[in-house]
Design a protein. Structure first.
Length: 434
């Protein structure tokens, strides 16, 4: 028994939603058997970033249907009805357990075989578990990860069950920092623990990280750096204490774990060429099999701006743009879509703060602005990365829309920097000209 579709989008996250909208824009409504989305999740594609921000607010938290794709890009809100109205079959709550690229088939957990002519892989990434680093305790009632709505609901339940209590946050990356801010908003005392020297150490410079750590500290958050949790003490199914490698014991009413993500490539290992932890694609987002495209967190693609270097990004803007590009390329095999020309862009919002990053944090970092906490409110500062005499990357906290736009433009065009001291002195004015 099986069904056949011309186009199958595997995965029902951010990239899937943007791919569906692009499909309808280019082709009109799908005809029966033309396009389906298969997702393990029970709901239509949504803007995942909301889960660590609006979803966790103590009051008036955002809930579906308000954040289905594609509202994050100020575009149409695609509810389940939208997919029905446009002839797109949504197969929800269904896991694909194996794929046969040669035969062009997928096998569902329900035992059904689904065949395709063109496949768009949008399986995203999964949260790494403590157990993968020799730890334990992930199954405890009050240990939370954050990747999907179920995780977010568990996190909300745990926060509500321990007002004024203690949370231990393991990991000082995106999840750790965003969840810590949400926990504080929910009046929970937070200790963040991570092995590195400072938070967000793959993106933030020491100087920028210091600002955010000081800001969080002023909100009551405690940082424990350069170590990890060695074990969690559990009583009646709940963690009571986190024990650090150096023997310190921290009382815990709840634990949030954000220790990185891994792209969901397993279905295609040994069938498609892999690179840098993802599925290798060309500038059309096409894999080593011409019938299969890969997009979003799972795709490693050549970034023109970085000299064609193959990169994989775990960020929402990339999911949106690569999805649209793959659909454009798949619907017009003449090659008219060309190769993707992507400007890497990430952002985060915590407390009253908000930053954006563009490009590559390669080369010498030149800081600008005032990073002291007592400075005028709201803060505005950042860093440019200068490589081979040009701006290669930029980080900006507290920019206006015009300033962000000018910063992005400076990175994209690789503005020349003859004198780093001038760049440091002028800061944003160097790229924002009247
Ligand atoms: P996903 O959105 O993860 O979707 C993957 C989909 O595939 C899921 O529906 C999954 O269930 C499904 N799937 C996987 N395997 C199978 C299978 N075998 N069978 C069926 N279905 C399957 N980025 C930013 O730039 N800014 C932010 O502020 C930001 N906030 C974030 C907050 C959170 C809590 C998280 C988890 C991520 C955040 N990100 C953010 C990252 C961003 O959300 C991801 O980069 C983006 O979701 C990637 O889109 P995707 O479609 O590739 O993967
Ligand atoms: P990150 O990779 O951002 O951060 C992982 C953190 O965990 C780092 O601080 C790392 O420290 C630490 N760590 C690694 N191993 C261990 C360990 N064994 N014990 C304790 N700490 C450890 O991953 P996240 O989990 O924060 O995020 C998961 C995914 O969600 C990513 O894809 C991310 O891009 C995405 N996301 C993006 C957001 C955004 O763009 N605003 C917001 C939320 C999520 P060190 O670096 O020192 O090794």
């Amino acid at each position: 028994m099986g069904r056949a579709f011309t186009y199958v989008i595997l995965g029902g996250g951010v990239a899937a939603g943007y791919a569906a909208l692009e499909f309808v824009r280019r082709r009109g409504d799908a005809t029966p058997g033309e396009l389906c989305i298969i997702s393990e999740e029970a709901v239509a594609p949504y803007e995942r970033p909301a889960l660590s921000k609006g979803y966790l607010l103590p009051e008036g938290g955002v809930r579906l249907p308000a954040f289905h794709t594609c509202v994050g890009a100020n575009d149409q809100l695609l509810t389940e009805d939208w997919y029905n109205e446009h002839g797109i079959e949504l197969i929800l709550g269904m896991r694909i357990i194996s794929a046969d690229v040669r035969r062009k088939t997928l096998l569902t957990s329900g035992g059904e075989t689904i065949s395709y002519k063109t496949l768009i892989v949008a399986t995203g990434a999964r949260a790494l578990k403590l157990e993968e680093f020799g730890g334990s305790g992930s199954d405890a009632e009050n240990v939370c990860y954050l990747r999907n709505i179920e995780d977010a609901d568990k996190l909300v339940r745990q926060m509500r069950s321990c007002p004024g209590g203690n949370a231990v946050v393991i990991g000082g990356g995106y999840i750790g920092m965003e969840c810590a801010a949400a926990l504080v908003a929910n009046k929970i005392k937070v200790t963040i623990i991570f092995p590195g020297k400072h938070c967000m150490d793959r993106l933030f410079t020491q100087k920028n990280a210091e600002f955010y750590e000081n800001y969080y500290t002023s909100k009551g958050v405690t940082f424990i750096k350069g170590t990890t949790v060695s074990s969690l003490e559990i009583s009646f199914g709940k963690v009571t204490t986190a024990i650090l490698r150096d023997g310190r014991r921290l009382p815990a009413d709840m634990v949030v774990v954000g220790i990185g993500a891994r792209a969901n490539t397993a279905l295609f290992e040994g069938q498609l060429v892999m690179e840098k932890g993802g599925i290798k694609v060309n500038g059309k987002m096409q894999t080593s099999d011409a019938s299969v495209y890969a997009v979003g967190d799972v795709a490693t693609f050549p970034v023109k701006l970085l000299g064609g270097d193959a990169r994989r990004f775990e960020h929402v803007d990339c999911a949106r743009r690569t999805a649209r590009h793959a659909v454009a390329a798949a619907l017009d095999p003449s090659g008219a879509a060309g190769d993707i020309d992507y400007l890497p862009f990430f952002y985060s919002r915590v407390f009253a703060l908000s930053w954006r990053f563009y490009g590559d944090n390669a080369g010498e970092a030149v800081h600008f602005g005032d990073l002291s906490l007592s400075a005028s409110s709201p803060p505005k500062f950042g860093a440019f990365w200068v490589s081979a005499g040009r701006i290669a990357g930029a980080f900006l906290e507290g920019g206006s829309p015009e300033e962000y736009e000018a910063t992005a433009h400076a990175v994209r065009s690789g503005v020349a920097v003859p004198d780093a001291a001038q760049l440091a002195r002028e800061g944003l004015a160097f790229v924002v000209r009247e």
